[in-house]
Design a protein around this ligand. Structure first.
Ligand code: PLP
Length: 390
């Protein structure tokens, strides 16, 4: 962290900026790996949480819980297809755990298909679906019958899927895998293959959801309707931890026999649900999805110009909305670019499963001025990196 220019302490934050104890401000272009879609401390979410704190922060777990019910209803209204039901938990990896369990319960099968380089979390079940050996190997054996296929390859999926497959779990746009957008038609084909084989399609929207990619959910770019969808990160507005997995009534029916078969003490607490309800309202009221498209296009074109001028350092710029990756030509350039950006008070980070990709996931509230700061910092950092290695 010190080498990368982060040898300081975070102290306070507001909007798109994080401040250290010395009062130095950093523009947050990493956005907490997709958590800070509303920026830091959005006043409406802070206020909603403060109000709820004075009423009832945690659920007694026996009565009807109004904020949780309201949130489930709200999510059902904005999600693709017929995802009418939600289970609330406290993180992304928990949402994936629940989704995998539900898929097994519903289908009575145990096979899971995931993608190479996928990132679904690091608890044991989710880690089994995560597709990077460096995270998996020390904890082997993981859960059995999980296979990985190349992301975006319909033929590979067709070969792998069979009557033993409970679910195919996919990030509609891979985040930690290096901001990878599948070919058009891939997710639709995955949907069809699942339906044909009696398997469920799980969309992991933990990073790509809540407006990040210029649609409320990334599957909306291709009009694909999953059977189960996982959410977390930005759902809590950058104020409260909350995760969720959602499902269609048909799938949810599996919980009917024993509703206590999957539970969480903290999951669905009033505080987190209030934060999530306010987050959805802010996304709509402030038209943040449209801003993600506008600022995303603007940022992409700025980064693309840098790629044209520095093809020896930047290989490719890709993304949708404000989920953008700049792939460097060599992994060794990553540390230098990040360090130089930090020197210029811009927070940039690489993707976990592909360190040569610098990710840009700034808050959806940013304007042109902040995007200009980000582009300038990246330009100078790339130029410094060329000098350093030439
Ligand atoms: N799924 C995806 C797509 C993610 O990007 C992440 C985290 O980066 C997770 C799951 C795991 O979420 P968490 O870190 O909240 O457990």
């Amino acid at each position: 962290m010190k080498f990368s220019g982060y040898g300081t302490t975070e102290w306070q934050a507001q909007g798109a900026y994080v401040e250290n104890p010395a009062g130095e401000k950093y523009l947050d272009c990493a956005g907490g790996y997709g958590m800070f879609s509303l920026g830091h401390r959005h006043p409406r979410v802070i206020s909603a949480v403060k109000n709820q704190l004075d009423i009832m922060p945690m659920s007694a777990k026996v009565f009807f819980n109004r904020p949780m019910a309201d949130l489930a209803e709200r999510l059902a209204g904005i999600s693709p297809g017929n995802l009418k039901y939600s289970f609330f938990c406290n993180s992304g990896t928990e949402a994936v755990e629940g989704a995998l369990k539900l898929a097994r319960l519903k289908t009575g099968r145990t096979g899971i298909i995931a993608a190479h380089n996928a990132f679904h979390g690091k608890s044991l079940g989710a880690l089994s679906a995560t597709g990077r050996e460096i995270f998996r190997k020390p904890f082997a054996p993981l859960i059995p019958e999980v296979v990985h296929v190349p992301f975006g390859d319909t033929d590979a999926l067709k070969t792998a899927i069979d009557q033993k497959t409970a679910a195919v779990i996919i990030e509609p746009i891979q985040g930690e895998g290096g901001i990878v957008i599948p070919p058009d038609g891939y997710l639709k084909a995955a949907r069809e293959l699942c339906t044909k084989n009696g398997a469920l399609l799980i969309a992991d929207e933990i990073q790509s959801g809540m407006g990040r990619t210029g649609k409320m959910f990334a599957v909306d770019h291709w009009n694909v309707e999953p059977d189960i969808m996982c959410l977390a990160k930005a759902l809590g507005g950058g104020v409260m931890p909350i995760g969720a997995f959602m499902g269609t009534p048909e799938v949810w029916d599996a919980f009917r026999e024993n509703p206590l078969i999957h539970t969480s003490t903290f999951g669905g607490n009033e505080l987190a649900c209030r934060a999530a309800l306010e987050t959805i309202a802010v996304i709509e009221d402030e038209d943040l999805i449209a801003n993600a498209v506008r600022m995303g296009d603007y940022l992409m074109s700025g980064l693309e110009e840098i790629r044209r001028d520095f093809p020896d350092i930047v290989a490719e710029v890709r993304g949708k909305g404000l989920m953008i990756g700049a792939e460097l030509t060599k992994e060794k350039f990553g540390g230098s670019v990040i360090m130089e950006m930090a020197k210029r008070k811009v927070i940039g980070v690489y993707t976990l499963n592909k360190p040569r990709v610098i990710r840009f996931e700034p808050p959806l509230i940013i304007g042109r001025e902040e995007v200009n700061i980000c582009i300038k910092a990246f330009l100078e950092s790339v130029a410094e990196t060329r000098k350093r290695f030439s």
